[in-house]
Design a protein around this ligand. Structure first.
Ligand code: TRP
Ligand code: ZN
Length: 510
């Protein structure tokens, strides 16, 4: 049990006067963590260790209600602090006492406890709330996707706002318990492992637990009529997959792709090292969207991705994120290349494995495919800007950058880096600059020019990733040089890409 500072009003004054001059006066926690792309995302002044989310959901009305209990530690003397949230709040308790609260800004819940919180002390926050998440919009958008049989929370960079109050930034990871009561016949999917369910009077409560650190945007909730399957990989890792019962003609291709999760995660472990979490899987809800999202251990897929047949490439992409994105997360959203450049590159490795084009062939194809005057080259994958965070350049040019690194340091060092980075940085956060320093340490080479050229220059690099002179440089006669032959995997990979590339994003704009 921790020590509590309990003082009467009179002794509080005495205590205040006795405070040494160097002690900070309690002050408000900042309304953001200072992410340059999204200044109000996350909050300052505390660090969350656990979310306990306990809800009830009615598919017929989209009414979501319940409580979230947050365990945190104050990182400064706090007079008040914020959570990020958009639903209606009925009550807030801080360390068991009612606190004043107000919803402000785009998604700020401002909480004033009845007494200041001392730096280093534990804080328990209980928020009781309700709302119809599908009807709450920010920038004309809701991250809660309604389905005929329920709803799904899956979006990037923000999804939590619509279903639990949080410190919504990847730098504050926590463990999660998610428990949701739904009418019998409806299933609930969330991250990690199921810890059981119980039924009474027509309602069933489902319980999920994530025991490894998880960023808030990687928490997912899906409610609907699902066929849930459980299995284990040869190495003993639990695999949980779920398919909406209403996938219609996409059902077969969805299962033929997502049921290969166990095999593909084993294959990726060969490149990235030991899988960082205690389960793996994915779900395909009945949503009209076209994208997938690397929600931790329980990946979100859209049925549309399987409309043209099985697509193992997208499964590889989202599984690669479990290492690059989920276990090792961005320090700032501008570091998104560390997620998408490597997830895309893993699809190239899979293409190579499937004999559908080598990584080098695809890199050369990307290089030739976009002429120098194409807007594609104006996006810097190493700092694309909030409006281009998920532009195809972050993925495709980002993966060419990875291939250029491979060519510069050689295969042996390259694969050592690919595996060593997620191992060394497991469950943490990192910047592009830190990755460069790591690659320099492992390879013993200075990589400044390489990173500047491929990640931080808003124009087409003069020389392709393999280092040979560009075809166009050979003279005017070859200006119309034919595009290299299209790699066989190109369309499938591009299809995954174009579905989630529309410039400013289908997601929360800003
Ligand atoms: N990270 C996702 C992927 O690469 C793509 C993505 C970006 C996304 N923004 C999103 C998915 C918003 C869902 C919602 O697979
Ligand atoms: Zn991705």
């Amino acid at each position: 049990m921790r020590k509590r500072l309990i003082v009467s009003a009179a002794s509080a004054l005495a205590l205040l006067l006795a405070v040494p001059a160097s002690a900070a006066t309690p002050s408000p926690g900042a309304a953001g963590v200072g992410d340059p792309y999204y200044p109000t995302y996350g909050n300052g002044g505390y660090d969350v260790s656990h979310y306990d989310i306990r809800l009830k959901y009615q598919p017929a009305t989209d009414l979501l209600e319940g409580t979230t209990t947050i365990l945190a530690t104050a990182t400064q003397d706090l007079s008040r602090f914020n959570l990020d949230f958009v639903l209606d709040v009925q009550q807030v308790l801080v360390n068991g006492r009612a606190a004043r609260f107000a919803s402000t800004g785009e998604a700020e819940l401002e909480i004033t406890p009845d007494r200041p919180i001392a730096k280093g002390s534990p804080v328990t926050v209980v928020v009781r709330y309700s709302g119809v998440p599908g009807e709450v919009e920010r920038d004309g958008y809701s991250a809660w996707l309604r389905t005929p049989d329920g709803g799904v929370a899956a979006n990037e960079p923000v999804a939590a706002w619509w279903w639990f109050p949080s410190n919504d930034h990847p730098t504050d990871k926590a463990t999660f318990d998610v428990s949701v009561l739904v009418p019998d016949g409806t299933q609930v999917i969330s991250n990690g492992l199921s810890t059981g369910q119980s039924s009474r009077a027509g309602w069933t409560r489902y319980n999920w637990r994530q025991t490894k650190p998880q960023a808030t945007y990687l928490a997912t909730l899906a409610i609907g009529r699902f066929d849930v399957r459980t299995d284990t990989t040869p190495s003993g890792l639990p695999v949980i997959t779920a398919y909406s019962k209403d996938l219609g003609e996409n059902d077969g291709a969805a299962r033929a792709s997502v049921e290969r999760t166990g095999e593909l995660v084993d294959w990726l472990s060969g490149y990235f090292g030991e899988y960082p979490f205690t389960s793996v899987g994915g779900y395909v809800p009945n949503v009209p969207t076209g994208y997938a999202l690397e929600t931790q251990t329980q990946i979100f897929y859209s049925p549309a991705q399987f409309a043209r047949g099985a697509n193992t490439s997208v499964v590889v992409h989202e599984l690669a994120h479990q290492w690059y994105g989920d276990s090792v997360s961005v320090q700032r959203w501008s570091d998104i290349w560390l997620n998408e450049g490597f997830a895309r590159y893993s699809q190239w490795l899979w293409s190579e494995h499937e004999n559908e084009g080598t990584a080098q062939e695809i890199a050369d194809y990307v290089y030739s495919y976009y002429p120098a005057n194409d807007a594609f080259w104006t996006v810097k994958p190493g700092d694309p800007g909030a409006d281009h965070q998920f532009s195809s350049a972050v993925y495709d040019r980002g993966a060419v950058a990875v291939q250029a690194l491979r060519n510069t340091v050689g295969d042996e060092k390259f694969f050592q880096i690919l595996k060593g980075w997620p191992t060394e940085r497991r469950y943490g956060n990192a910047t592009v600059q830190q990755f460069q320093a790591y690659a320099e340490r492992i390879s013993g080479k200075k990589l400044g020019d390489l990173f500047t050229t491929w990640l931080f220059t808003p124009s087409k690099p003069a020389v392709p990733s393999a280092g040979a002179p560009a075809k166009a440089a050979a003279g005017p006669a070859s200006a119309a040089a034919a595009l290299p032959q299209e790699p066989r995997s190109w369309k499938k990979i591009q299809e995954t890409n174009s579905l989630h590339d529309n410039g400013s994003g289908h997601g929360h704009g800003r």
